[in-house]
Design a protein around this ligand. Structure first.
Ligand code: NAI
Length: 340
């Protein structure tokens, strides 16, 4: 299959090359997919994208006109793809439904640890030979209540870690995994009222956008720790800034940011105009921001590459990509389904 992969970072190449074994003719480019870069897809069968690529209806229309039949995203989330538009052009879509959920879970917990024990500030002080303990006091996670919203692959991996720390783990999910022994099933109002630490592990969709807002923040404990490694727009950023100002939110750990598109994954240090909202967030000493790197472990990158190539393999054989299929409508596959 002839493929162009957009937004490729240098560190991804070895993993894709190992997974591909020269089976597909893949052009790797660093440019993001946008209305200006669709021409790279000319003569290809498939495009491979990442989360901040523009896969909106207009771009999909251009890709369809160029003869693109498949879009594979190197991510679990698919909120960046207009699936209806792809469906209307008969373009099939696949994602990487599960790749090392531990990678994302460990990063969520790392944010919580760093915030609690003020590791960034402590390290900065130490580098200046300031070894005082002022302003570095934290709390024990042991005995605290952790509230997890979303208990799919990542949420359950986070639950396992906090269980190991001796926390009480409560959780809410539309499809709560009743067979699990790690998390107590609670309602959202109960979770907001009782959790000392709240971590979000949800996809972004119309039902979850701004799930954390003025009204839900009001229901939380004073000084709550909020962690988001899922998608930025799960949190209404303006409302959370207000909650940081009032002390309602005591700690905020973000690996994702509502307006990260066109900003994260690139170096913007020399930009004259910086994102004002992000600058405001960064002025708080109890906010920790990482640049959407929770997926960034060797194991996760290989898992992403392997599943992406597997999706291309199956499409080439005219087979269904199984759980990786995120087409707007169920695929009509003429051959026997071969679920991956
Ligand atoms: P998953 O699909 O395994 O789990 C998501 C869970 O959310 C499901 O159990 C589902 O029932 C639940 N859910 C969906 N809508 C809901 C609602 N309205 N209310 C309550 N529960 C709801 O997904 P996974 O692997 O746990 O990942 C979660 C999200 O994390 C992904 O959608 C993606 O956006 C993000 N992500 C971020 C990464 C990063 O590098 N920062 C890496 C990978 C994923």
């Amino acid at each position: 299959m002839k493929v162009v992969a957009y937004s490729i970072k240098p560190f991804e190449k070895e993993f894709l090359s190992k997974a591909n074994q020269k089976k597909h003719d893949i052009t790797l480019i660093s440019n993001p997919l946008s209305a200006e870069t669709t021409s790279y897809a000319e003569g290809k069968d498939a495009v491979v994208v990442f989360i901040n690529d523009d896969v909106s209806a207009g771009v999909i229309e251009q890709l369809a006109a160029l003869g693109i039949k498949y879009i594979a995203t190197r991510s679990a989330g698919t909120d960046h793809i207009d699936r209806e538009a792809a469906g209307s052009h008969g373009i099939k879509i696949a994602n990487v439904p599960q790749y090392s959920p531990e990678a994302i879970a460990e990063h969520a917990v790392a944010l919580a640890f760093a915030l609690n024990r003020k590791l960034i500030k402590a390290d900065e002080h130490s580098h200046h030979f300031n070894f005082t303990n002022e302003g570095l006091m934290g709390f024990n996670f042991n005995g605290k209540t952790v509230g997890l919203i979303g208990l799919g692959n990542t949420g359950l991996a986070v639950a396992a870690i906090f269980n190991g720390l001796g926390c009480k783990v409560i959780g809410y999910d539309l499809n709560f995994p009743e067979d699990n022994k790690l998390v107590e099933h609670v309602s959202l109002p109960y979770l907001y009222a009782n959790a000392d630490i709240i971590s979000l592990h949800l996809p972004l969709n119309p039902g979850t956008k701004h799930i954390i807002n003025k009204s839900t923040l009001t229901q939380m404990k004073d000084g709550v720790m909020l962690i988001n490694t899922s998608r930025g727009a799960l949190i209404n950023t303006t409302d959370v800034i207000e909650a940081l100002r009032s002390g309602k939110v005591g700690y905020l750990g973000l690996d994702v940011y509502e307006f990260e598109k066109g900003l994260f994954f690139e170096d913007h240090e020399k930009d004259e105009m910086k994102d004002q909202v992000l600058e405001e967030l960064m002025r708080f000493g109890n906010v920790l921001i990482t640049p959407h790197q929770a997926y960034l472990t060797r194991e996760a990158l290989q898992g992403i590459a392997d599943q992406t190539i597997k999706n291309l393999d199956l499409w080439q054989q005219n087979k269904c990509v199984g759980k990786a299929c995120v087409c707007a409508k169920n695929c009509q596959v003429p051959t026997i389904l071969n679920h991956s």
